[in-house]
Design a protein around this ligand. Sequence first.
Ligand code: IMP
Length: 430
Amino acid sequence: MANVVVVGAQWGDEGKGKIVDWLSERADVIARFQGGHNAGHTLVIGNTVFKLSLLPSGIVRKDKLAVIGNGVVLDPWALFSEIDKLSAQGVEIGTANLMIAENTPLILPLHQDLDRLREDAAGTAKIGTTGRGIGPAYEDKVGRRTIRVADLADPETLSARIDRLLAHHDALRVGLGAAPIDRADLEARLAEIAPKLLPFAAPVWKIMGEMRRAGKRILFEGAQGSLLDIDFGTYPYVTSSTTMSGMAATGTGMGPSSIDFVLGIVKAYTTRVGEGPFPTELDDDDGQRLGERGHEFGTVTGRKRRCGWFDAVLVRQTCQISGVNGIALTKLDVLDGFETLKICVGYEIDGVRYDYLPTAAALQARVTPIYEEMAGWNESTEGARSWADLPAAAIKYVRRIEELIGCPVAMLSTSPERDDTILVTDPFAD
Ligand code: IMP
């Protein structure tokens, strides 16, 4: 049986929600493996719109197992608030359809405090985070002082973990001019949430391994995007997790050999939220138009997304690093009606041509994109379900993208509706 990893191949917001939902109907297990409730996935099923941040998208479907893997950072209060919202929409969530890795690190209110304190203190050097405490929570994980789900079951271990955590955070808070942590309050909050959270805790690596051996289909659902990757993204303007496909293995406890197909989600143009380099960004009417037609506002923070032309250099780079087998190209219809389209095919920095984005921040800041121009199309591509429904110029644009990024289109999405999709290769096919 094929197991599929889905990752965003740009800066996030590539339209993963719809594709993941389409795939999750065919999967038995849907697992998140990195990030936290900084993600925003919108699913449109029939007339209902579901907005998910932390839960795997498969949770809205019956008879699927949703998994939160150890690579995620979990805010338990955000989790239960999301569960409550979905329950109000008629989605049943219990231990039969949700499993959380017992070695998952927690996001605590002190992580959110630190995220905001740092951003406020950074002035023009701020990252533009979602303020959800993601970075500080990952820091505590690798700093070996985090509280993990399993720790909540044992008061002695928990108390020792809190000692270690507060020794670090209180010192930091003093430096940032904030009050020390109210330990009694933190303990009371954890004591209240523990009995709700612990029933979902499980050795995910073991159960998923058993399910895999039993021939179940697993969908690994990536969040954010490859250019926000902590190693390969536009550092430091990145998120604090590994957003590349390799994380699906370590973020759940499955071996790399359990991954059969990597699907990269790619938007037909480029967007990013927050600060940081963006070579093809448009500050003109075209950028405005992309934002309006594409409804480019953040699901989590409501922030306006920055918009620009398709950057084939960056997508080629991320597809290689994530070992993408095929892409799902989304939001092609947003380009309908543009007279001319531009695709970035290389960069020039101080007179030197580059076919990749160099790592050095000083070079990234001086990048000038080299564009190739293509004719646009006037016809509507919205809702197209076969190649025959697409104007010739749109097909040409898609084919050129495939050529430039060195990766075939497996799926083409032409509206938020799940059936408005052209399927070329089924990632789950054996
Ligand atoms: P953090 O993940 O909250 O630390 O934010 C770090 C950077 O990642 C900021 O630029 C955010 O805007 C960006 N980011 C985080 N999550 C998402 C997402 O789901 N989509 C797009 N950008 C995101």
